[in-house]
Design a protein around this ligand. Structure first.
Ligand code: GDP
Length: 454
């Protein structure tokens, strides 16, 4: 195994930078360019200790005074010998020290290679390794909480429990098939179906947690829609806190989709203000209206805006019908003006109706509160563990399909061999999720998303 090195801190000027070295020769590499003031070599240092000293170049010229920290295998991030040089945080100095380290026998680390080594050395499961990147890219408290729970093995433990149940079922099937003459208890179809249904339900719950994770990570994909001139852009500006959408009283001003992110405590709203939904002869605006309907179909949340000073027209009745069954909040805007709308229609068509005056910032906090309740109340406890990415989700879905197949085989036959084959495949999917049985291509793909130095 080679000894790798990379700058572990961002490529920017800062107080300090850290150069991380990992591998069998980590300490001898350091000893070629680092001299401790107490004359101790890196090779002599105990794990978890630091030395203050000098980095010198090929001509023995002083480059920087640094702190060297030593971690001895297997008690390190990668499970190998690791040395970290904390130097002054200038770009030039950091890169010069990295070059000296590389000239002393280390090779440049690839993206995510430190974490990949941690995974290959059994320090982390694949889901825990993936959480490292989630922790780094956390944009808020909730995201960090879920990433930390993943890093602590929440989903790994949840999947491991399911794997144990499957292994138990598979071993009873094997014992029954292979040693019929022994005193092995008979495997009953109904008992198996019952056990597999429990496993299936838990897997479906885990698979559904993907959407919660996506909402925490990426935000709530929110569309603001409604007829032209009802106040969509004004509402968007209220929520984002500044004038992002062009507000005029000429119908059709917002021709395309304008996007903006708003933080609501633990949640992020990813807002799209769409072109007003109405018949239009304007080709460009017409395209905007098509996009509006596409967005509505993909959205996690739809804020549908109505003007309380005018009656609902046919287009709006159509829109109300189109939105049936979707997660919607009806916004009754312009309540500062004369009421002409039939409020009852809205209250009977939507689960949530908020009366606002976007122009005067009235009712906006109430709207934010409803959004928070609508989403936060449905998000599971971080410690339960949720799946964090498409790779993990497709592994869980693979296992779900296999177990559904096993149940349907058992419901119409007693072909236990066929059941064993599909349950084996379900187990493989779960082991791919945790990284216990995974191809090099998948591993390379996971770690290629990491940054260099992590
Ligand atoms: P959009 O076409 O749906 O995006 O509508 P705009 O946000 O551009 O607003 C259309 C017009 O309605 C503008 O003249 C706004 O100033 C006005 N407007 C928006 N919200 C309110 C409100 O709460 N009260 C009143 N009186 N006028 C509003």
């Amino acid at each position: 195994m080679s000894t790798i090195a990379a700058v572990a801190t961002p490529d920017a000027v800062g107080g300090i930078s850290v150069i991380r070295i990992s591998g069998p020769d980590a300490f001898s590499v350091c000893d070629k360019c680092f001299k401790a003031f107490n004359n101790k070599t890196a090779g002599d240092m105990e794990g978890y200790t630091c030395s203050y000293g000098l980095i010198t170049d090929e001509n023995n010229e002083r480059v920087d005074d640094v702190v060297l920290t030593v971690f001895r295998a297997p008690r390190s991030y990668t499970g190998e010998n690791v040395a970290e040089i904390s130097c002054h945080g200038g770009r030039y100095i950091t890169n010069k020290i990295l070059r000296l380290v590389l000239n002393s026998g280390a090779v440049p680390a690839q993206a995510g290679e430190f974490t990949k080594r941690a995974f290959l050395n059994g320090k982390l499961s694949l889901t825990q390794a993936e959480a490292v990147m989630d922790i780094i890219s956390s944009g808020g408290e909730a995201q960090l909480r879920y990433a930390n729970a993943l890093k602590n093995g929440s989903i790994f433990k949840r999947i491991s429990k399911i794997k144990s149940s499957l292994v138990e079922i598979l071993s009873s099937l094997a014992a029954w098939a292979d040693f019929p003459e022994e005193d092995v208890p008979e495997v009953e179809n109904d008992t198996l179906i019952c056990q597999l249904s429990t496993v299936l339900n838990e897997l479906i719950k885990i698979s559904d947690s993907y959407d919660e994770g996506r909402i925490i990570r990426e935000g709530i994909n929110t569309v603001i829609c409604g007829k032209p001139n009802v106040g969509k852009s004004t509402l968007m500006n209220c929520l984002t806190g500044y004038q992002r959408s062009i507000v005029t009283d000429i119908a059709g001003t917002t021709r395309d989709v304008i996007e903006e992110s708003v933080r609501l405590g633990d949640l992020t709203l990813r807002l799209s203000d769409t072109a007003g939904i109405r018949d239009t002869n304007d080709v460009i605006e017409g395209m905007g209206v098509d996009i509006a309907f596409d967005r509505i179909n993909e959205a996690d949340l739809i804020l549908v805006v109505f003007d309380s000073t005018s009656e609902l027209d046919n287009k709006e009745h159509d829109l109300i019908n189109k939105l049936k069954g979707k997660k919607c909040i009806a916004i009754l805007n312009k309540i500062d003006g004369d009421l002409n709308i039939n409020k009852d229609t809205l209250y009977s068509s939507f689960d949530y109706v908020v009366e606002i005056s976007a122009k005067n910032y009235v009712g906006i906090d109430e709207l934010k509160e409803i959004v928070r309740k609508l989403f936060l109340d449905h998000i599971s406890d971080a410690d339960e563990g949720i799946i964090a990415n498409e790779r993990q989700r497709s592994c869980v879905r693979g296992a779900v399909t296999d177990i559904e197949e096993a149940i349907s085989i058992l419901q119409c036959s007693d072909m236990l061999d066929a059941v064993t084959v599909v349950l084996d495949s379900a187990l493989s999917h779960l082991m791919e999720l945790t990284g216990e049985r995974v191809s090099d291509t998948v591993i390379d793909d996971v770690f290629s998303r990491f940054c260099v130095g992590k």
